[in-house]
Design a protein around this ligand. Structure first.
Ligand code: GLU
Length: 449
């Protein structure tokens, strides 16, 4: 890494000493940029890196809600509006006890590049709360969402900031959030949130989009290797929206997803998670108050491994982490290398610790980053915004055709960018450079703000 970028990262570390996830995410993107920065003095002259690594603004608020016994609870809510150069802030809301401002800064930073890669006019943002939805009743979730929106509504809007779901926030929560937004503003502006139910302006295929997009990207990678998906064993982690969509699409194309995981362990289904009943059971696990993947093991009589994740512990051709950040350690990466398999595609945002990624790449696995592979989710959110603005709805086929084109372009732009700046076939560096170029151009053209 060149001196200038090192200096920018050092300054950033001084200003954010406790935000490791955020610092790692910035370092990962900036480590691809030496040849870009050297190619044109405009990047330094306009302080693009310095500005890009500081959020436009962060909003923090108190959320007070009552449980079913009438006891009050206080949580913290945030919205990080990271970069608005190419469009309204756009990105999910995460409800989990692990959420902190540092996590949301990391995710908002990643979102900026991901959204740019889609080619749609969306800036980057992320929000959420340290509220843990697991074990809560439906009415508790509703009251929490109403309290959360009572603070958030003044900061968002169809042309300013458009939140969506993420971990702990699915169509049900989006419904409660939208209901409260509508009550507070007195206007039917459904373009303010995406991931809505179809009954009030949601897009067909939005639930499937992250997983379907990831499989579309995977097929581009396989094509490059003269390989095909049929019969490939895929190790998946997580059990939520992303994992479900990957499994549904991959199974329909003849691949064999074999694992699922949650916070308490993983299941290994040697026959494959391929039948409709098995795939639909993921929806039931997610709707259950306690959300344990163990339910799958009990129902389908497959082995359950408590407190472990599948990395390198099963036989797989393709590894696809779909759960959350930092779930693949260096040890896991070594185990994956030993277990064989050629492909490692991140569907979660930065699921690998930095050392882990280097081990996988060094040992010849083809690796692709979350910000490219999982961009189909936010891409279809962008299509949902377009449909809301036009007051029409596209068919599932129309949405899927657009999604596939977007994923194809993300892959192609990444390959081209890495090639052009001397990195060869490197999907990680390529995605970071391609996303950077789009945001940087808009920032420079809009002057020093
Ligand atoms: N949370 C998802 C993501 O990380 C979706 C965001 C959105 O649709 O705005 O991209």
């Amino acid at each position: 890494m060149g001196e200038y970028i090192k200096q920018v990262l050092d300054d950033l570390r001084q200003r954010n000493p406790h935000e490791n996830e955020f610092l790692e995410a910035v370092a990962e993107v900036f480590s691809a940029l030496d040849p870009v920065i050297d190619s044109d003095p405009k990047y330094r002259r306009n302080a693009v890196l310095e500005r890009m690594s500081e959020p436009d603004r962060t909003i923090s608020f108190r959320v007070v809600w009552q449980d079913d016994e009438g006891k009050p609870h206080v949580n913290r809510g945030w919205r990080v509006q990271f970069n608005g150069a190419i469009g309204p802030y756009k990105g999910g809301l995460r409800f989990s006890e692990h959420v902190s401002l540092g996590t949301l800064k990391f995710l908002g930073f990643e979102q900026t590049f991901k959204n740019a890669l889609t080619g749609l006019p969306m800036g980057g943002g992320k929000g959420g709360s340290d509220f843990n939805p697991i074990g809560k009743s439906d009415s508790e979730i509703m009251r929490f969402c109403q309290a959360f929106m009572t603070e958030l509504y003044r900061h968002i809007g169809p042309d300013t900031d458009v939140p969506a779901g993420d971990i702990g926030v699915s169509a049900k929560e989006i419904g409660y959030l939208y209901g409260q937004y509508r009550r507070l503003t007195g206007a039917f502006q459904n373009g303010v949130l995406t991931g809505k139910d179809l009954s009030f302006g949601g897009s067909l295929l939005r639930p499937e989009a992250t997983g379907y997009g990831a499989v579309a990207y995977l097929q581009e990678v396989l094509k490059h290797e003269n390989d095909t998906l049929a019969g490939k064993r895929i190790a998946v982690s997580g059990y939520g929206n992303a994992a479900w969509g990957v499994i549904k699409k991959a199974a329909s194309l003849g691949a064999v997803p074999v694992t699922l995981s949650g916070r308490d362990g993983y299941i290994y289904d040697l026959d494959g998670i391929t039948t409709e009943e098995k795939i639909n059971s993921l929806l039931e696990i997610r709707a259950d108050r306690n959300r344990s993947v163990r339910m799958y093991a009990e129902r389908f009589h497959v082995p359950w491994f408590p407190d472990e994740r599948p990395w390198g512990r099963v036989k797989a051709d393709i590894w696809m982490p779909c759960a959350t950040q930092n779930e693949v350690s260096a040890e896991d990466a070594q185990r994956i290398v030993d277990a064989g398999g050629r492909y490692y595609l991140e569907v979660a945002n930065m699921p690998a610790e930095p050392d882990a990624l280097h081990i996988l790449q060094k040992n010849g696995l083809i690796c692709a980053p979350g910000k490219a592979v999982n961009a189909g989710g936010v891409a279809v959110s962008g299509l949902e915004m377009s449909q809301n603005a036009l007051r029409l709805s596209w068919t599932a086929e129309e949405v899927e055709t657009r999604l596939n084109t977007i994923m194809h372009n993300i892959y192609r732009d990444s390959v081209d960018a890495a090639e052009r700046y001397g990195f060869g076939y490197d999907l990680i560096k390529g995605a970071n450079i391609a996303g950077f170029l789009k945001v940087a151009e808009a920032m420079i053209k809009q002057g020093l703000i």
